[in-house]
Design a binder for this molecule. Structure first.
Ligand code: RTP
Ligand code: MG
Length: 148
């Protein structure tokens, strides 16, 4: 089954949105297979956001993501990578639709509450960056036939 990496950013943790965000993905029907509250190091931040190294906002991005604890998660489900991005909403919360996480809780592009992998390649890379294999739990849930 497909997996994606999602992370409640430092603003989301400070604003007590962990529970709300976890609830949305649970209620959608996705399965949580790994999670931890953690402080991101400069090295991890620079690696995670490596694709943006040359962008003018790279320094701010690294400073922000290391500014307080994040809640890192791995979620599993059919088409979870793309669907999670839809549930997150546009990068800029001012453009994100109401009903999406960024549309409902974010105001500025710099503090947009949640990160989610944008492709199967980034999902694999980011899951491996943030989690050891033994931190992920594979388990069967009841009632999956009512979702699939
Ligand atoms: P993320 O990686 O955090 O899930 O966000 P994303 O895919 O929707 O957006 P991406 O293009 O990957 O950008 C990563 C983060 O950089 C910040 N950003 N700032 N000032 C700006 O113009 C600007 N553009 C992007 C955002 O916080 C974005 O989430
Ligand atoms: Mg991105």
């Amino acid at each position: 089954m497909e997996k994606t990496f999602l992370m409640v950013k430092p603003d989301g943790v400070q604003r007590n949105l962990i529970g709300e965000i976890v609830a949305r993905f649970e209620q959608k029907g996705f399965q949580l297979v790994g999670a931890k509250l953690m402080q991101v190091s400069d090295e991890l931040a620079e690696n995670h956001y490596g694709e943006h190294k040359e962008r003018p906002f790279f320094g701010e991005l690294v400073d922000f993501i290391t500014s307080g604890p994040v809640f890192a998660m791995v979620w599993e489900g059919e088409d979870v990578i793309k669907t999670a991005r839809t549930m997150m909403g546009a990068t800029n919360p001012a453009e994100a639709q109401p009903g999406t996480i960024r549309g409902d809780f974010g105001v500025t592009i710099g503090k947009n509450v949640i990160h989610g992998s944008d492709s199967p390649e980034s999902a694999e890379r980011e899951i491996n960056l943030f989690f050891k294999e033994e931190e992920l739990v594979s388990y069967k849930k009841q009632d999956q036939t009512w979702i699939y």
